[in-house]
Design a protein around this ligand. Sequence first.
Ligand code: PLP
Length: 353
Amino acid sequence: MNFVSKRIQEINEYKSGEQVDFIVKLNTNENPYPPTSKINEVLNNIDIDCLKLYPNKKHTDLINSISKKYGIENDSIYVGNGSDEILAQIFMAFFDGKEETIAYPDITYSFYPVYSDFLNVNSEVIELNDNFEIDLKDYENLNAKGFIFTNPNAPTGIALDKKVLEDFIKNHPKQLVIVDEAYIDFCDESVVELTKKYDNLLVVHTFSKGYSLAGIRCGYAIGNSKLVVGLNKVKDCLNSYPLDTITQKIAQTAVEDVEYYKNINSKIRKTREVYTEKLSKIGFKVLKSSSNFIFVEHNVEKAEDIYQQLKDRKILVRYFNLPKIDNHLRITIGTDKEMEILYTNLLEILNVK
Ligand SMILES: *Cc1c(COP(=O)(O)O)cnc(C)c1O
């Protein structure tokens, strides 16, 4: 007997990058540098007695740190167990079934269509323009309750201009604009401070990329306090204590070490520029990335073949067998050493002398 409901059997779930044996792993946009070493101290000093109790459900210390870093009021901050969880809760809190539409690009974070489908939220999918960019003019006059944009977008890496995005938010006061800034630590286009000005803006951040902490599962959202009330309500209908005590302390420590993260993330930006140039010189078209990955297409060799040959050499990059992008590869920016290994292998695969 199969007890799995027909609906669940038929649903298209999210498929994450493969976690197989590797030498160089450049397929899921993790940060190649370790998290701040101050976390060691925190872990060494934990009094395990505190684990008897449920965690602080208001995440007081962590929210205080986030509040300080961005100059945002505490009641405008919502914390969750990874930004994927927060994104799902956003769909639940602000979009009520088939009556309320959320609009997003055809090429973007592939969790959005999964949430739409799973939570029965109506979606309107808008094509990127021919340069793989989000053109906000295409989102004018839509009968949608809200929009979700990954900015910089994934898997393209391309960022919207901050001023253009602000104008869009300003000109659509009755529609909710959700900006998923998972990769914002690799550019200068954050709209977090605009949440103080616009009550229709909700920004989502994660610790998984810029903070090198994919392993703790933590994220946060910043927006008007009324939006945060809605998210807390959803949380209290699902799991009142999504963030454990240790994760809260680790995340807080990371938020407070601004210098360390500025340093490693600016290294990633430099590496990105170096390899954008190097790959361009061996026949790749590289989209202008503001992220910790590049999205590339080779002028001769098929993306799938390159992907497979790299995989045979235990070098993982991301290949999406999807319409419009099935000749592209998404390559996470690793350390200079990892990128050099990728590069020398590409020279061999492409037979470049
Ligand atoms: C990685 C990523 C996330 C997921 O973040 P978690 O906090 O690890 O759940 C969310 N949105 C986008 C666009 C991402 O690339």
